[in-house]
Design a protein around this ligand. Structure first.
Ligand code: SAM
Ligand code: SF4
Length: 331
């Protein structure tokens, strides 16, 4: 029986956080000092992650995304990619990364079976990049994008969290990135996840202005198919452009009614929704496939109809959501 929740949504997608650690400290994701890191012994081993993937694949999970924290800083990540790519039923294997280590790993990731990457990039200005990531070098991310294109980790999508007063004046520069190269820029609304309420209050910006802004700049957006198939983005292209522009608005127009995702946190908890606190540990059932599959179904059965980020207006929520930041849950 396929994985269908109580609201009729079919689930075929598992996002796996392989580490809560990161080589950057993005302002919307972590505090300046980083996060309180999990001890290594608390992080799920590759062998254990594989057990979850195999159990899920038998239930109809066909898409896997590796994320974190920064997945490329976990030791021997190529080995995990190889192992997951070999699991029967997994047809789409992707990764979300800040891209800094892609020049080093892109070729081997492709060889190991990774299909494609999403690379986070919020600004095209070196100083601003250092300020948003608190320590990163823009050139490394740009080289990472080139490496992804060169080695065919495509479609290459760029995740751009739009922040009022920080990068909102760069929208047109990002739109132009899609003209000459097959890059798929996706603007994402700032989410009040974990303890990022303050940043959200100060910098949240609904994406509704982008179409008009693009038109004014002579870069009109026309509807286009989503690169690589289904997903939550509204997809557009600029006539003559090689890439696409995606708008992902988890707050102003949430897409919970089409949600098809489950998440596995770095320490091995299954979550049905990014937002709510509910999660269940897989460790006690890892050595019993039937019990593991029953747990996956149990978590899915409890999936709420929608998140309630910002439900009371710009910042408040009806009920408290998780206090985990994105790096711990896996964005
Ligand atoms: N380190 C990798 C990266 O940055 O691509 C993967 C993990 S990161 C947590 C995954 C995605 O979550 C990134 O694209 C990041 O921009 C996004 N993200 C983190 N915090 C967010 C927030 N408060 N609102 C919206 N997106 C957020
Ligand atoms: Fe690290 Fe990604 Fe979070 Fe930035 S968004 S701090 S790169 S995990």
């Amino acid at each position: 029986m396929p994985l269908i929740d109580a609201h009729g949504r079919k689930h075929d997608y598992l996002r796996i956080s392989v580490t809560d650690r990161c080589n950057l400290r993005c302002v919307y994701c972590m505090g300046e000092e980083g996060i309180e890191q999990l001890p290594h012994s608390d992080i799920l081993s590759y062998e254990d992650i594989l057990k979850v993937v195999k159990a899920g694949a038998e239930l109809g999970i066909s898409k896997i995304r590796i994320t974190g924290g920064e997945p490329l800083i976990r030791r021997e990540i190529i080995r995990l990619i190889e192992q997951i790519a070999a699991v029967e039923g997994i047809g789409d294997l992707s990764m979300t990364t800040n891209g800094a280590l892609l020049p080093r790993y892109a070729a081997n990731l492709k060889k190991a079976g990774l299909d494609r990457v999403n690379i986070s990039l919020d600004t095209l200005k070196p100083d601003q990049y250092r300020s948003i990531t608190r320590c990163g070098e823009l050139k490394q991310a740009l080289d990472g994008i080139e490496a992804a294109l060169k080695y065919g980790l495509q479609p290459v999508k760029l995740n751009t969290v739009l922040m009022k007063g920080i990068n909102d004046l760069e929208v047109n520069d990002f739109l132009r990135l899609t003209l000459d190269k097959p890059l798929h820029v996706r603007f994402i609304e700032y989410m009040p996840i974990g303890d990022h309420d303050r940043g959200y209050r100060d910098h949240y910006l609904p994406l509704s202005f982008i179409e008009e802004k693009a038109k004014q700049a002579g870069l009109p957006l026309t509807p286009a198919p989503l690169p690589g198939g289904a997903g939550p983005a509204e997809s557009y292209t600029i006539p003559g452009g090689r890439g696409t522009v995606g708008l992902i608005h988890p707050i102003s127009k949430h897409f919970c009614d089409t949600c098809n995702r489950l998440r596995l946190t770095a320490e091995g908890n299954l979550k049905a929704c990014l937002y709510w606190q509910d999660e269940k540990p897989v460790r006690p059932v890892l050595n019993d496939k039937k019990a593991l599959q029953a747990l996956i179904r149990e978590v899915l059965a409890g999936k709420p109809v929608e998140h309630q980020m910002a439900a009371d207006g710009i910042c408040g929520t009806v009920k408290p959501g998780t206090m985990r930041g994105m790096s711990k849950t896996g964005g």
